[in-house]
Design a protein around this ligand. Structure first.
Ligand code: ZN
Length: 271
């Protein structure tokens, strides 16, 4: 089964309704995205620095993004952690060109760009890559990309800690997350970078009935579903705060929802 975006599905809720308690993988198989049509890739094959309307674009995949951000040459949110691949995901997300093509293809392209930024050394690349985007039919929140935090054994523990702390604030704010339910900590996952900025943009716009799409793939290009740490973020920080919103994991095809939508399905299932 090829994961596919539901943004243009006539009724994304019809065939994929599952409640928050059901997180089983619904038979999705591993799929390698290199089999996809990469016709849109020419869009991104830009030279190292390109002059457009007199502005020099700097390619953070070729130039050290930590040095670029320290020099003020990259526009990053305040207190953004000094982790090269997180910066690359942020800058890549800001490029308008990433908003007009199939996000699954663009995610795989982003993965390949990051690996090539590490000289093709897979061991140095992030373990997981992800994207998120949202719509409520009148608004389209642009695609945001993310990478998993550095592993302690390959980076200074301090950087890994700083990245996780930044993401914990983005995801959980003042709330204390429940105990970790995986062998990795809260804030480690790629989704902890891609999801919260999409959520924040929807909140800033005061949107209701938001449909959020999320997908993760590992550095070999195989898709993976959300982990239990991410699911507790989705439940406590997204769905419980916004009962009309839904979160869809493109790979597992699980649709997470609570409140009004769940109540409707419970009523229908009554004998
Ligand atoms: Zn996770």
């Amino acid at each position: 089964m090829v994961p596919y975006s539901l943004f243009h599905h006539p009724n994304p809720l019809l065939d994929h309704r599952q409640d928050m308690t059901s997180t089983a993988n619904s038979g999705a198989r591993s799929y390698h995205p290199s089999a996809m049509n990469h016709h849109s890739m020419q869009f991104y094959s830009q030279p190292k620095a390109q002059s457009r309307r007199g502005i020099i674009e700097i390619d953070p995949f070729r130039v050290d993004p930590i040095a670029l951000s320290a020099a003020g040459l990259l526009t990053l949110p305040p207190n953004f952690p000094p982790h090269a691949d997180s910066i690359r995901a942020e800058i890549f997300s800001q490029k308008k060109t990433s908003q007009h093509t199939d996000p699954i293809t663009v995610l795989d392209f982003f993965r390949q760009k990051v690996i090539s930024a590490h000289g093709g050394n897979m061991e140095q690349a992030p373990t997981i890559f992800s994207y998120a985007r949202a719509t409520n039919f009148s608004h389209l929140i642009p695609t945001q990309f993310g990478v998993s935090a550095p592993r302690v054994e390959t980076h200074a523990a301090e950087v890994a800690y700083t990245v996780r702390e930044y993401r914990l604030r983005q995801c959980w704010g003042d709330q204390q997350p429940p105990g970790q339910q995986e062998t990795w900590k809260h804030g480690h996952c790629a989704e902890n970078q891609s999801l919260p900025s999409v959520v924040a943009r929807c909140e800033d716009l005061g949107l209701e009935n938001v449909f959020i799409e999320t997908l993760a793939m590992n550095r070999s290009g195989n898709f993976t579903g959300m982990c239990r740490n991410c699911l507790s973020y989705v439940y406590f920080c997204v769905l419980r705060k916004h009962p009309t919103w839904r979160v869809y994991d493109v790979y597992t095809t699980n649709l997470f929802l609570i409140g009004r939508s769940l109540a409707a399905s419970q009523v229908r299932n009554r004998p």
